[in-house]
Write a protein that binds this ligand. Structure first.
Ligand code: NI
Length: 473
């Protein structure tokens, strides 16, 4: 059936009467209409979600967050993407920000999500693709074989209006869609789109360029079905996302800050928030530094607006139980209450459930880990203990200085620094810590973005040896 359809593939063909500059047939929308809408497959969100979308709203901010099913690395990838967009907009003091996500591929093997960030009326689109069996989230370039990348970008550039798209393809796609989105229309055509410009390439031509994963995404776009998590995660086939070929280069397929080459480190704050955490949030925003907050239920109740603002600024929000009891001494049902309250409480406040849990006192065992997993979180410990709570020897400015020294002097790439935002002396240390770490070449990220985050799985424990240095994931 597809073979009888005239597809405007390259410039020469587009000259044929009836072909619009956007490669659509004469019965398709006019270029202007085409420009206004996404060309990607439109798939029912219920194929990958488990309930109503969450909402994070603040003045000038409107974020709609899909509640995804049991796809751990995809859920974290989406949270990371959202946090990066929010950081970017907060740091640029952007107003009028609207973020939403829709499904462009869903099936047994693959999921595709298209996130749209409308910032001051300008739309940025970012796609995240997910291989279900191996729990791996990747950027759109993973759809195209490295050896075919040059032919693919050439074809995009040759299509009417495609030159700007082609020159953007080698840019980084994440987090604000500097590179156009690569994906599929519902009829199987390959779509390359950035903002209001789209090129549609025929499925027959595109078939030769796709990786095995690209073929799976194609199937999930043209014949969508409900995505279901695997019973066990398996290692991805070596050729799945493309075969490395000598001399062939392709845009990055990884998502998030490139912590494989950058020296990334994460600052974390437990037990709060308190009202004064608001000032810390301003400090972090002014320094353009993200952090991760392990919020305590009892504190959240007293500082709801602070939690909402922390999330609005693109900080990651984790959970630290309701009452700060040592969990291993509690019965299962009580631990369940301490853990489960996080999802209910934070979903209502910021539109998303916590993915990261830090046990009070760092106390956990196999039973606690299992329960953390049942509540779809991972257990996050630390690599640097600033002992910022210990006022037995130092206090005031001396304690603040000691906290700065420990954080800056002992942090290693991939590490997690433990602090508590409930202490004045700790909050006062943060600006100097950020400066000190940056002077040593560190990049500050959220815990969810540290190197190895792709291994994210429910119930796993990360950074479990407090004295450990190096990578926590
Ligand atoms: Ni604590």
């Amino acid at each position: 059936m597809r073979k009888t359809k005239i597809v405007c593939v390259v410039a020469a063909l587009a000259m044929v009467a009836g072909c619009s500059p956007f490669g659509l047939g004469s019965n398709g929308p006019s270029p202007t209409e085409a420009a206004a809408q996404s060309q990607f497959a439109t798939i029912d969100a219920a194929m990958v979600t488990t309930g109503d979308a969450g909402k994070l709203t603040a003045s000038g901010l409107d974020v709609t967050i899909p509640q995804l099913g049991d796809f751990p690395a995809l859920v974290l990838a989406q949270e990371n993407l959202r946090n990066e967009i929010l950081q970017h907009t907060a740091w640029q003091a952007a107003t009028d920000v609207k973020i939403s996500t829709r499904v462009i591929a869903s099936g047994q093997h693959a999921i595709g999500l298209l996130t749209s960030a409308l910032i001051g009326g300008e739309e940025h689109q970012v796609a995240v693709y997910y291989h279900v069996a191996s729990n791996t989230a990747v950027a759109p370039a993973a759809l195209i074989e490295p050896a075919k990348w040059a032919a693919f970008t050439e074809a995009v550039g040759a299509a009417p209006g495609g030159q700007a798209l082609a020159s953007g393809l080698d840019k980084r796609h994440y987090p604000l869609g500097e590179a156009p989105v690569i994906g599929f229309a519902g009829n199987g055509d390959l779509v390359v789109q950035a903002g209001k410009t789209a090129v549609v390439l025929g499925a027959d031509q595109a078939a030769g360029w796709l990786t095995p994963f690209g073929m799976q995404v194609l199937g999930a776009a043209t014949h969508p079905s409900k995505a279901a998590p695997p019973s066990a995660v398996t290692k991805a086939d070596a050729a799945l996302f493309g075969t490395a070929t000598t001399g062939a280069t392709r845009a990055a397929i990884t998502l998030g800050p490139d912590c494989a080459t950058l020296k990334c480190v994460a600052l974390t704050f437990d037990d709060g928030p308190v009202t004064a955490t608001d000032d810390l949030l301003s400090t972090l925003r002014d320094k353009k530094a993200p952090a991760t907050f392990f919020t305590l239920g009892n504190s959240v109740d007293k500082a709801e607006n602070v939690v909402r603002r922390a999330a609005s600024l693109g900080n990651q929000i984790g959970w630290h139980s309701v009452t700060h009891k040592s969990l291993p001494s509690l019965k299962d049902d009580r631990i369940g209450q301490e853990l489960g309250a996080g999802a209910t409480r934070l979903f209502g406040l910021i539109g998303s459930r916590p993915l990261l849990f830090r046990p009070p006192y760092g106390a956990h065992d196999k039973r606690v880990d299992q329960l953390i997993g049942q509540h779809k979180m991972a257990n996050i410990m630390w690599s640097v203990d600033t002992r910022d709570w210990d006022k037995s020897k130092l206090s005031g400015a001396a304690l603040t200085q000691a906290v700065v020294r420990v954080a800056v002097d002992t942090a290693k790439p991939g590490g997690i620094v433990l602090m508590h935002d409930i202490h004045d002396t700790s909050r006062a240390a943060v600006a100097a810590i950020v400066d000190g770490l940056r002077a040593k070449g560190f990049t500050l990220v959220t815990v969810g973005e540290l190197p190895g985050w792709q291994k994210f799985a429910w119930g796993k424990s990360y950074c479990t040896a407090p004295a450990s240095v190096g990578t926590c994931w």
